[in-house]
Design a protein around this ligand. Sequence first.
Ligand code: ATP
Length: 360
Amino acid sequence: MAEVVLTKVVKKFGDFTAVKGIDLTVEDGKFTVLVGPSGCGKTTTLRMIAGLEEVTSGEIRIGERVVNNVPPKDRDIAMVFQNYALYPHMDVYNNMAFGLKLRKISKDEIQRRVNQAAALLGIENKLKSKPRELSGGQRQRVAVGRAIVRDPKVFLFDEPLSNLDAKLRVQMRTELEQLHHRLKTTTIYVTHDQVEAMTLGDRIAVMRDGVIHQYDSPKQTYDHPADRFVAGFIGSPAMNFLPATVTSEDGKVFVVGDGFRFPLPAEKASGVPNKVVVGIRPEDLDGPITDENADGTLEATVTVTEQLGSELLVYAACGNEAIVANLDPHHVIHIDDKIRLKVDLNRMHLFDPESDKTIF
Ligand code: ATP
């Protein structure tokens, strides 16, 4: 196992800069997820670590070794791709054994490693099957098995679950979690799916336009997003954003917008600019309530409701802004209802509309 350290890594394709000088340290044995919208540079970053893409400038280190000029086969990494890339004419055993044979590992050792990986992944009875005879989930397991038998220092995963249906994705996700728990191999995993990022990663790097906006634990990223982009990307449904003005009345500070007026405790109010964007997660809204004088409420008109059994998503208009609330599913709420929702003010965020940075 080894740590992976990227220092000021840049990747240019002609005039276009896909990765803009990122720093990233993946500690030994940890699971880091690169997450972000399409085109943000996460696959390019992973491919540079794998050696499949040249680094324009900056340094990549795996363990003690700077690997910028080391060919992929000598980096001691194993990569699992979205399309599995299995050899169609080989059975499962040989798909898993192929890389080891190339490395001239003894037959007995190959057999031991393949059998061990197959048992770990529950595909012992498929070793003689061809890839076309396997389900999507089984093919994915073979691709992971092929990486495991190499016993690499680092696993690199590029959207490995995106070809699977929703149920299988969840199952494979938990299997990958268990696998990492057992093997404790340093892992870097690319996905655009924030749920995968939150559930799998020890730390997640949220990327946009070739830049890492935040690199933190999932909980920290959710509770304390560094900026409005991260706040809106992590969490589902996404955080609500409402423009507001900060005003003082009788020595008290309020955040005021269309349909709401929230008190701001003095310790949070200092240094806050006049114009702000309020961020409220759907799960930090509660109600509806009837007390018009309650502190920290907002008024909204319901546009759509989605009863999901375990939760009730209520889409509504708060002034001119669209919001969504995740409410107790026992409430009966109809389209066009005017409702008053209670905001958990301790969990409310403010963003600077100029820089999009988090104020708190
Ligand atoms: P996705 O989730 O869609 O795969 P991504 O975050 O992995 O997105 P990358 O594949 O890393 O994004 O691409 C980052 C940017 O670099 C994109 O704008 C892409 O068009 C560009 N890019 C990637 N590879 C090349 C290439 N070989 N030549 C030119 N531009 C490229």
